[in-house]
Write a protein that binds this ligand. Sequence first.
Ligand code: NAI
Ligand code: MG
Length: 357
Amino acid sequence: MKKLKIASIPGDGIGKEVVPAATGVLKTIAEIHGGLSFEFEEFPWSCEYYLEHGHMMPEDGMDKLKDFDSIFLGAVGNLQLVPDHISLWGLLIKIRREFEQQINIRPAKVMKGVRSPLVNPKDFDLIVVRENSEGEYSSVGGNMYRGEDEIAIQNAVFSRKATEKAMRYAFELAAKRKKHVTSATKSNGITFSMPFWDSVFKEVAKDYPDIQHDSQHIDALSAFFVTRPERFDVIVASNLFGDILTDLGAAIMGSIGIAPAANINVNGKYPSMFEPVHGSAPDIVGKGTANPIGQIWTAKLMLDHFGEEELGAVLLDVVESVTNDGILTPDIGGSSTTNEVTAEVIKRLKEVDRKGK
Ligand code: NAI
Ligand code: MG
């Protein structure tokens, strides 16, 4: 029996609605599988917790999390209670940084039954591997002078270690997919870091002779996301480029409510964290209409991470059969509730199981 200990942090807003939904789905998966069990422990860390305790998580919070097999997070943020820089940095970003989750992955694909804003989305199915710890989002730099002489300097930091790590992760991932990696560069405009990025990419590519690869400048690459997304498989990008590309990826799918993400710790020292792309959606909280698919697809990424890729594929197929039959929350044009979509996914998972036996 494979026992997995999951720290669950629903967080704020619709996080409290979609995390229980996806947890129910994971429990069903465990029942079906038989040889797998999930033990969830829930942590109430959130903006409400902050109001009561003065911090987003207790002082020994990271210590409490470190022995779990993974962290399953909903969303963080409630501007009516706590400013974003306190809530996000006190929980989400703290975990990403301190647990050395150096890689962020975000898939995007055409979901059956979900309308893409693209006129001709073909059948795109891609995944962005983003370097999650340095690059353009470094804290190296400073400000000088005031007024018309004012200067701001923000340095980008690219280490061979982190760059190579992201690239190797991309190639390993491509080996399990369509065997193609695209590097997002801008070495025609950025003259130190990006030529370095290109040279590391070339070196790493040599170790994966079975995987095709190419490099695209980020501006052209962004345009291709709109005009020809089907040409991509795995894209590896720096922190900033990856951040922007993945929002575009979620947009061409049709709703941020269905987009999943994972923050991966690759050195094995700490757990990885799985969270959807969306935030706490204060405008729809409590209405029961939050789309649970982002969180459920995030659970699929967690299954993949645990080596349960077949189960992950079954789960995503079932979700797509539900969307394809028009059982949709309002953000993707339907009138179903969070609970209705979730119940349908669970019901169909059980049906697949019966057919499989
Ligand atoms: P948001 O992602 O919460 O919402 C943007 C829009 O998308 C809203 O109209 C919302 O209703 C809709 N939406 C989001 N998820 C949905 C879902 N599952 N189903 C249906 N519709 C959905 O972004 P926003 O409004 O900018 O931020 C709200 C709060 O969330 C802020 O405090 C922000 O800092 C925080 N946030 C947290 C993130 C995280 O925990 N990773 C990521 C983004 C924002
Ligand atoms: Mg972003």
